[in-house]
Design a protein around this ligand. Structure first.
Ligand SMILES: NC(=O)c1ccc[n+]([C@@H]2O[C@H](COP(=O)([O-])OP(=O)(O)OC[C@H]3O[C@@H](n4cnc5c(N)ncnc54)[C@H](O)[C@@H]3O)[C@@H](O)[C@H]2O)c1
Length: 336
């Protein structure tokens, strides 16, 4: 665990979505650096048991009045970290109304509530899913944004709102476009607990542990060395670190930026499975399935801007460490 990266003594942070996978790791890292996280969450997907650092406020961002009231109670907080969102891409395609409502209306309510308080810094969780189809890897922030999914479209809409609030009202912001969040805190006390779980690593760990009979690999005929898709897996504590680095960058005068948060290393689906077999000592039974619509062959970040603007470099993201920490968390959860 990385301690004392930047002294946050005396600072409070509103962490919206702090009960979720990434949010709980952000709260822990704020606490590790002597700051105080205040979680705002409706626990639609997150967990009260994951709020172990600081207090929580049970609030739904879609409820404008309740959101304003929650912000008013913490009106002296300067920095807001906004992670709350509907995230399951498949559900977004079937229920766009709910997705836009939760993500876009929720973000607008948050931005409007912030205007009535001292909060003039926002760190926003965006995604590599806002980019369009491209083969230019590693992927730069300047690539066109033409998202394929409803999920990506909602995130791009929020990025636009934040830019407008910056221009008109002077909001300072860092939009972090995460690549694939993965792994868990070394302690194993928090980790990835989505329901439904759609992410490759926890699904493959379930298969290794015998909690699902087999899993699917979507597409084995891509133009990659082993035929499977390539993605950029970044350890969740490196994502948390990017938030601390964003606060530091605000202190150093940064007023607005869109930044990729990835490792720059592409890893194939089969490499993930092989590493899981090695770390757990158990086979991962899988079947080859057809490609899914919208899945790019490969996607990995250019990290130059993150290094230049945020002084951010991943520290926890070698694949072995990602799998070990995720396995440690799941073994504790499943009592293995
Ligand atoms: N997990 C990834 O690989 C990944 C990659 C790119 C971007 N992101 C983004 O990072 C953020 C966090 O992702 P995560 O994996 O931790 O998801 P998560 O589902 O674990 O956490 C999201 C949290 O937001 C809360 N929430 C949702 N809607 C809310 C609302 N209306 N009001 C209050 N709280 C609400 C949920 O209860 C949950 O605690 C999301 O915005 C996601 O889009 C995640």
């Amino acid at each position: 665990m990385t301690k004392s990266i930047y002294n946050l003594q005396g600072r409070e942070f509103i962490v919206v979505g702090g009960g979720g996978y990434i949010g709980s790791h952000v709260c822990k890292m704020i606490d590790d650096n002597s700051g105080t996280p205040i979680t705002f969450d409706n626990f639609s997907a997150g967990h009260k048991h994951a709020v172990k650092w600081g207090q929580y406020v049970d609030v739904d961002l879609r409820d404008r009045k309740a959101t304003h009231a929650a912000f008013q109670k913490h009106k002296n907080v300067k920095t807001v970290i906004h992670l709350a969102s509907s995230i399951e891409v498949g559900i977004g395609e079937k229920q766009p109304a709910e997705f836009y409502d939760n993500n876009v209306t929720g973000a607008l309510n948050l931005l409007m509530a912030m205007r009535e308080t001292d909060a003039d810094r926002l760190i926003f969780s965006s995604t590599c899913a806002t980019y369009g189809e491209t083969t230019n890897m590693p992927l730069l922030e300047t690539e066109p944004q033409n998202p394929f999914s409803v999920y990506g479209k909602t995130k791009l809409a929020i990025e636009g709102m934040i830019q407008s609030f910056h221009k008109a009202y002077g909001l300072n912001y860092v939009t972090l476009r995460y690549f694939n969040a993965s792994g868990a805190d070394d302690s194993g006390e928090i980790g990835e607990e989505h329901n439904p779980e759609t992410h490759l690593i926890p699904i493959a760990l379930e298969a290794a542990a015998g909690r699902r009979p087999r899993m699917k690999i979507f597409g084995t005929d891509y133009g990659t060395p082993d035929g499977t898709c390539i993605r950029d897996y970044i350890h969740v504590n490196d994502i948390a670190l990017a938030h601390i680095k964003s606060e530091q960058a605000f202190d150093n005068g940064l007023s607005n930026a869109e930044v990729n948060i990835g490792t720059g290393v592409g890893i194939s689906n089969l490499e993930i499975l092989q590493t899981i077999e090695r770390v757990t000592g158990k086979p991962v039974p899988y079947d080859a399935a057809p490609r899914r619509d919208g899945d790019l062959t490969q996607l990995y970040a250019d990290g130059t801007r993150a290094k230049e603007l945020l002084e951010f470099m991943p520290q926890h993201s070698n694949l072995e460490n990602i799998i070990k920490t995720a396995w440690n968390f799941h073994r504790q959860k499943w009592d293995l």
